[in-house]
Design a protein around this ligand. Structure first.
Ligand code: GLN
Length: 482
């Protein structure tokens, strides 16, 4: 079974000629092409990848292989891929073929990765269950052991990415996270999901949702794989004005290093106020397993957690309404007819956007409109600053923060029809996004229904290296992966 092997051991097998790049690709492609969980909007034709596979094999033969050479990856269908349809899972972009490659996917290609296909996601990354996709919902490969016939959501919006890794159709997949879209699906599918610090990975060529929040990151089987991918994608990019020129670390180096000093981890009591005992148990269990290490757990309390979701649901739709104004049926994607220009705009947008996207555009334009801007948008920006300050206050006391990733396990497709119930899924991930901090979700155990649950570790700005080292340690102790 090569499927669950970490990238490092796949690279070793390729180097030692235990398997060829083509054989590795075929194994994953075989599963992907069935698309039985609808985790792909597009599975690439093996013919298309032939020359990449050949070039990768030649590098292995010459002993000049690149860090991700021959590694089959899934890509959320929100990343522009040159010459390959990129839909954002929306009808309005269903015929869009980008002329250029996103910065992040270009880095992966430069490092030798081979793409399997474009992963399904919520439309324009708006959702927490992958049910808003124009191409239908994604099914979580995990089953409720007490009710195995139920079809469950994989989480969202990077639900196709998470399901693809969990079903074994790619080694890892690139996702994006605006308010939780990497961490939440990773948690519901028993995987590792890393949202780097805002500004770590360029947004250039990623279909924009909320520009001050959007961040690319990997969904992987293990922490080490997340470090491999981060090494490739976290680079400064002149084309993104919010891309940081912070000096990046080598995230693989010393990932196994033992803690050489005592660390303090804060557990926010306000995050555990209304959660089920199963969720509290994830935190308790993590604490217990780490008891043998030089770690002090400290109870901390945020003052702003209750305001985070409402702040997010003003700022994110405001930015979305502005970003999505470009889809007018003239410049991009699907155009509907009309007797004048206004009608073309109206008809194209009405038929091109789904309900959730329309809802966000309406909320966004409302909170930005004259007369409401001060009451909503400006106010939300002020609260956002308070949330950021609240995190910095806590980080004066502790090195990391440990929280549940989600308030619940994977739920049934169609179960959460009320938007507010859906928005609640991100209650633990949204504050980190508003503050721009890095967060990682790690599998922490199974619920009584046999479904995966996760914990989130939040670090301070650009402390991904330490975050990954701690996560690696936690992963070893939790030994969730068989
Ligand atoms: N679920 C949240 C939303 O719908 C977050 C989505 C995301 O991170 N892209 O906005």
């Amino acid at each position: 079974m090569l499927k669950r092997q970490p990238i490092s051991s796949l690279v070793d097998s390729l180097k030692e000629k235990k398997i060829s790049v083509q054989e590795l690709f075929d194994q994953f492609h075989e599963v992907a092409k069935e698309n039985k969980n609808n985790s792909y909007n597009l599975v690439l034709d093996p013919e298309y990848q032939k020359s990449n596979i050949k070039a990768s094999q030649e590098r292995y033969s010459a002993g000049t292989n690149l860090p991700l050479d021959g590694i089959p990856l899934g890509i959320k269908d929100l990343f522009c891929t040159k010459g390959i349809t990129t839909t954002a899972s929306s009808k309005i972009l269903s015929n869009f073929i980008p002329q250029y490659e996103s910065f992040v996917t270009q880095q992966l290609l430069n490092d030798g990765a081979i793409f399997i296909g474009k992963n399904n996601c919520d439309e324009f990354a708006m959702g927490s269950s992958n049910e808003t996709s124009h191409f239908g919902p994604v099914v979580n490969p995990w089953q409720n052991k007490n009710s195995p016939s139920e079809k469950l959501v994989p989480g969202g919006s990077s639900g196709g990415s998470a399901a693809a890794v969990a079903e074994g159709s790619c080694v890892a997949s690139m996702g994006t996270d605006t308010g939780g879209s990497i961490r939440q699906p990773a948690s519901l599918c028993g995987l590792v999901g890393l949202k780097p610090t805002f500004g770590s990975c360029s947004r250039w060529g990623i279909v924009a949702f909320a520009s001050s929040l959007d961040q690319a990151g990997p969904i992987t089987n293990c922490v080490e794989d997340a470090a491999y991918i981060l090494n490739s994608i976290s680079k400064h990019d002149f084309n993104d004005s919010t891309s940081s020129n912070y000096q990046r670390d080598d995230y693989i180096k010393d990932i196994d290093k033992k803690l050489d000093h005592k660390i303090k981890i804060g557990i926010p009591s306000d995050y555990l106020k209304n959660v089920t005992p199963e969720i509290t148990a994830q935190i308790e269990n993590t604490k217990k397993l780490l008891a043998g290490h030089d770690i002090e757990f400290i109870d901390v309390a945020f003052e702003t957690t209750d305001y985070a979701l409402s702040t997010y649901y003003i700022i994110a739709p405001a930015e979305a309404s502005s970003n999505l104004a470009r889809y007018d049926g003239i410049r991009y994607g699907v155009r509907e007819g009309g007797s004048n220009l206004d009608d073309i705009y109206l008809n194209s947008r009405t038929s091109g956007f789904g309900d959730e996207v329309t809802r966000r555009i309406l909320i966004g334009t409302y909170v930005l409109s004259a007369g409401y801007y001060d009451a909503y948008y400006r106010q939300a920006q002020k609260v956002r600053r308070l949330i950021k300050d609240d995190f910095q206050r806590i980080f004066q006391e502790v090195d990391f923060i440990l929280t549940p990733t989600t308030p619940n396990e994977a739920f049934k497709i169609g179960e959460k029809l009320d938007p507010i119930a859906m928005y609640m899924n991100d209650v633990f991930t949204v504050p980190t996004s508003l503050a721009g901090l890095p967060g990682i979700s790690l599998p922490s155990g199974l619920s009584s229904n046999g479904l995966p649950l996760g914990v989130q570790i939040i670090g301070n700005y650009f402390e991904e290296k330490k975050l990954l080292q701690l996560s690696n340690l936690i992963e070893k102790e939790l030994s969730f992966n068989e």
